[in-house]
Structure formats: C-alpha cells, structure tokens
Design a protein around this ligand. Structure first.
Ligand code: NAD
Length: 357
C-alpha cells in the first residue's frame, strides 16, 4: 500500500523516540512492500521557537493531507511561563479538534518480563491485555450549560453537563466493536445507568449497535465496579468502552497496572486521519541523554499500521519484535531489572529492528 505519514516529533524525548519508530516503519515498508512517505513538521515548543505558535498552519495542513500522524510529545520548562493559549500543549487540543478525533484507544498490556514493574501482585496482572476505548469529544467535559455562577446569597454554583447524543454513542460503540474484532472479541461497556439518564441512553445505543456485531460478546458494568474489577481481576476485560470522563479515569488506572509509562502507546481516531502517540509527555528530566524508552512510540506505530491501514500482520510483527527484544534481556533504564542488558534509546530501537525478521 501507499501511505503518507506526518511525523511530528515535538519536544524533549519526542525528538529521540520518534526517529526509532520511523526506523521500524521503514523496515516494515521494505519487508512487506509498502510505500510509506514520511514528512516532518514542527509542533509544540519547537514550533513556538520557530514560528511563534504551537501548531503552525503548515503543520495542520500536512496532518490533514496525510493518512496518519505519528506524534512524539510536546512541552517543557522553557515554555512554561507562556500564556495558556500559546503553550506547547495547546497544539494537542488543536490538532485533535481539527482532525475530528473522537475516539481514543489505549492498550494496557503486561509484558511477561516486566511484571515486577507493577505495584500489583503477579497473579493479578499476569497476562492482562486490555484496550480502553474512550469517547474524546463529548460528555461532561464539553456539555453545556457549564460554568460558575453567583448565587443571591453570595455563594457560587459550579455546573457541568454530561450530555451524549445517539450518534455520538453510536460512532464510539462502533470503534469499540471493530477493535474487539482484532482482539479477543469481548466488549464491556462502562456506564452508570442506574443513576444517570445519559448513561441509560448510552447503554440503549450500545445494545442497538451490537446487533451488527453478533460475533462480539457484549456486557455492561457500572463504572464504580469497573474501577474495582480493574485491580481485583483485570484479566476479565478485553475492550472497555467508556464515555469521556470514565475513560479518562479508567485508562490511567489500567495503564498503571502495567507499571511503566515508557511502554504505553495510544491511538486517536476519527472520521479520517488518525493520530498515534505514546501516552507519556516530553520527559524533560531525561531528554537529550539517549535513555528514554522508545517502546511506547514504536508500539504506537504498530497501532497505526493496524488501525489506520488495516495492516494487522505487520503490526503483530512489531509487537512480536518488542516481546522478543525484552525476552532477550534488553532494557532501557526506566524498566531495568537485575541482570538485564541496559541500553540507550537508539540501541533499543536497533535491537527491535534486528528482531523484526
Ligand atoms: P512525562 O510523561 O513527560 O514524564 C513523567 C515521568 O515519566 C518522568 O520522570 C519521565 O522521565 C518519565 N518518562 C516519560 N516518558 C518516558 C520514556 N519514554 N522513557 C523513560 N521514562 C519516561 O510527564 P511530565 O513530566 O508531567 O510532563 C513533562 C512535559 O510533557 C510537560 O511540559 C507536559 O505538559 C508535557 N506533556 C505532554 C504530553 C503530550 O505531548 N502528549 C503528555 C503529558 C505531558
């Protein structure tokens, strides 16, 4: 296949980890005979320094014309004093909005060799492989009315509104069912339908959409129980389908089961162009030292192959190479363990590259 990929490395460790992922994608292209065309552009602090804004028009235009976007991370102490509207992090909101990314996919997978990095017991987390599908553009973070108003007695009243339409639920439910088809074919929809009308509608629409996916097993769980089950028996979950706020909270909880931020990829998808990025930030404390873990970004590239291009075989090849590299004892500093072979960012990328074939 032919695909145009926008490469936005951004700031801090983004500039070290993104080239490793590009290296892997190029190798996949050669091995499996795909033409991937990479074009880089500025975003975040780096764009502020060059163009005065965190998301230049050229960058946005490139993203829109591409088939997928690979993003590193943005931000850093250098830009912290700037007005909020000019901060590097504004670029993330801007690009997500402009690309209409309404679904965020965050896998939380425990690698056999890294079980001890988790704060939970081995027997609880061994073998977990969860995908949190979070609705990203609706719900209480955007619903109106919202704000803080003055009351006649001098107190104030803070208001936010949880609101979902049939169509908003329908499209995110489809993303979850489609994702489950690539996995163990189980969707657990998270809601609070015993209390919230918006959840009642959520559940009704999810059940309706499920009729088109008879091969997928659907169950429902209240959010409080989901939070509990995630630490009690996380292996029961395959795909967790969540609204914006529940997904925000549960995806972080699921991520922490695995214990290492440098390993976790993410995908945001919408109508057309998807965005693929590690969940971590620019890690200014370790930037420029060749010690950042590139695996989250390389795994994000694998998600790109699977979710943007339907190249599942190629994505699996990357995932297998990551597992093999860890099995061989290669570790970056953040996931080091006794007896392991500590390597830098580029060396980890090279090792994964060697293990691709
Ligand atoms: P962070 O995720 O950058 O770092 C948190 C901790 O995890 C740090 O100790 C860091 O060294 C470590 N870490 C992160 N990625 C790692 C990797 N690949 N390998 C090894 N260790 C890694 O979060 P933070 O420190 O809160 O934020 C730093 C900057 O990043 C801030 O400017 C913040 O606004 C920005 N940020 C950007 C994004 C994004 O671009 N999507 C997300 C979160 C934070």
């Amino acid at each position: 296949m032919n695909a145009k990929i926008a490469v936005l490395a951004g700031d801090g460790v983004g500039r070290e980890i993104v080239p490793e992922a590009v290296k892997i994608l190029k190798a996949i292209g050669e091995t499996y005979h795909h033409s991937f065309h990479f074009t880089s552009a500025d975003i975040g602090g780096q764009a502020i320094d060059k163009a005065g804004v965190p998301l230049p028009n050229d960058t946005l235009a490139l993203a829109k014309q591409s088939d997928a976007v690979l993003l590193g991370a943005v931000g850093g102490p250098k830009w912290e004093g700037l007005d909020y509207s000019l901060r590097p992090e504004r670029a993330l909101l801007g690009i997500r909005e402009a690309l209409g990314l309404y679904a965020n996919l965050r896998p939380a997978k425990v690698y056999a060799n890294l079980i001890d990095a988790s704060t939970l017991k081995r027997e609880v987390i061994e073998g977990i492989d969860i995908l949190v599908v979070r609705e990203l553009t609706g719900g209480i973070y955007f619903g109106k009315p919202k704000g803080i108003e003055q009351l006649p007695n001098g107190d104030e009243r803070g208001v936010n509104t949880e609101v979902y339409t049939t169509e908003e639920v329908r499209r995110i439910a489809k993303v979850a069912f489609e994702a489950a088809r690539k996995r163990r074919k189980k969707v657990t929809s998270v809601d609070k339908a015993n209390v919230l009308e918006s959840s009642e509608l959520w559940r009704k629409v999810v059940i309706e959409v499920h009729k088109d996916y008879p091969d997928i097993e659907l169950s429902h769980i209240y959010v409080d129980n989901a939070a509990m089950q995630l630490v009690r028996n996380p292996r029961q979950f395959d795909v967790l389908l969540c609204n914006n706020m529940f997904g925000d909270i549960l995806s972080d909880e699921a991520a922490m089961l695995t214990g290492s931020i440098g390993m976790l990829p993410s995908a945001s998808v919408g109508a057309k162009v998807g965005l693929f990025e590690p969940i971590h930030g620019s890690a200014p404390d370790i930037a420029g030292k060749n010690i950042a873990n590139p695996i989250a970004t390389i795994a994000s590239a694998a998600m790109m192959l699977s979710y943007a291009f339907q190249l599942d075989k190629e994505a699996e090849a990357i995932d297998r190479a990551i597992v093999k590299t860890l099995d061989l004892g290669y570790r970056t500093k953040d996931i080091q363990s006794p007896g392991a072979r500590i390597v830098g960012t580029a060396e980890m990328g090279d090792a994964i590259l060697r293990n691709l074939t």
